[in-house]
Design a binder for this molecule. Structure first.
Ligand SMILES: [Zn+2]
Ligand SMILES: [Zn+2]
Length: 305
């Protein structure tokens, strides 16, 4: 993982794993930092397999408390402890994880040598969970059989790059350079103004990744994911099981594609496949009929956002 902003799929299965597919988990890398999205059973095995360092993970985001999205936590945290971790870790999820973790810690007489902070997220409205100078991570409220949030990871506006010719011509001070890089104009000593456009090159566009699992077809998410560079949307079933998708509050591949189309996203990655699809071609085909720029998540796949 060397790119500035990328995601690696660790698990693409829904509740029941197969011999090749693990329950949901993805590792997002942003400017050298790792963020884990969901932590299904076996996440630590997948991190090992793809040579992704456990200790670089400081934040874990759990979409909801169905077993296939968080049961990997006790194992992962225990291994971090065995590997000598002392650095605290932050978990963003719903309050009920506290019950589970308390039960686990007490019943197994476990004490970690690092602090685990559980940050409780809202079940109803979108909130910002984390930000640093590069990115912002917020929730996308979803519609599932229990409270569930997706996550939106957005790059912050990048600074303008100064043209070398402008640097030479005007020799701005350090403060003036900061001002210009943030989009300001340059005021010369005689009071005349050099507009920013003359001094800088347009910064590269900011990127965004939306992680949407588990949910039924739910158009209310569209304003949150509008225009993102990559949308991951669950696609548990094919279209002939549309009724089953509805009753279990999941989506079909076609519904995932309809959301992608309506939200005008650039690319769609589907996953959270039901165990009945040994081969996911049918899901891919049905999605691509609606939204051609669709591809399947598979274990170990790394995608640059
Ligand atoms: Zn699930
Ligand atoms: Zn679920």
């Amino acid at each position: 993982m060397s790119k500035d902003f990328s995601v690696t799929v660790l698990g693409s299965s829904s509740a029941i794993p197969t011999k090749d597919r693990f329950p949901t988990s993805q590792l997002v890398c942003c400017y050298g930092r790792y963020y884990l999205l969901d932590c299904g059973e076996g996440t630590q095995i997948q991190l090992r397999k793809y040579k992704l360092s456990f200790q670089r993970i400081d934040r874990i985001f759990i979409s909801h408390l169905h077993a296939d999205h968080f049961l990997g936590l006790p194992g992962l945290l225990s291994t971090m402890d065995l590997l000598g971790r002392t650095k605290e870790i932050h978990i963003h999820t719903f309050d009920e994880l506290n019950l589970f973790m308390d039960g686990f810690m007490k019943s197994t007489f476990t004490e970690f040598s690092f602090r685990v902070h559980i940050h409780v997220m809202s079940k109803k409205k979108s909130t910002v969970l984390f930000e640093n100078k590069h990115i912002e991570i917020s929730t996308i409220p979803l519609k599932h059989s229990i409270p569930c949030n997706g996550f939106l990871i957005k790059e912050k506006r990048k600074l303008f790059n100064l043209k070398k010719t402008a640097l030479k011509k005007y020799e701005p001070s350090i403060e003036q350079i900061h001002h210009i890089k943030s989009g300001g104009d340059l005021v010369l000593s005689d009071g005349s103004v050099v507009p920013n456009a003359e001094l800088t090159m347009i910064p590269p566009a900011t990127k965004a990744y939306a992680f949407v699992t588990d949910t039924c077809y739910y158009e209310s998410i569209i304003p949150f994911i509008e225009g993102v560079d990559l949308l991951y949307h669950e696609a548990t079933f094919a279209e002939n099981l549309k009724e089953r998708a509805k009753s279990t509050m999941h989506s079909t591949a076609k519904q995932a594609a309809e959301i992608a189309l309506k939200a005008n996203v650039k690319k769609l990655m589907i996953g959270h496949y039901s165990v009945r699809y040994e081969n996911t071609d049918i899901l891919l085909k049905e999605a691509q009929l609606v939204f051609p720029d669709t591809f399947c998540s598979t274990e170990g796949l790394e995608v640059e956002i």
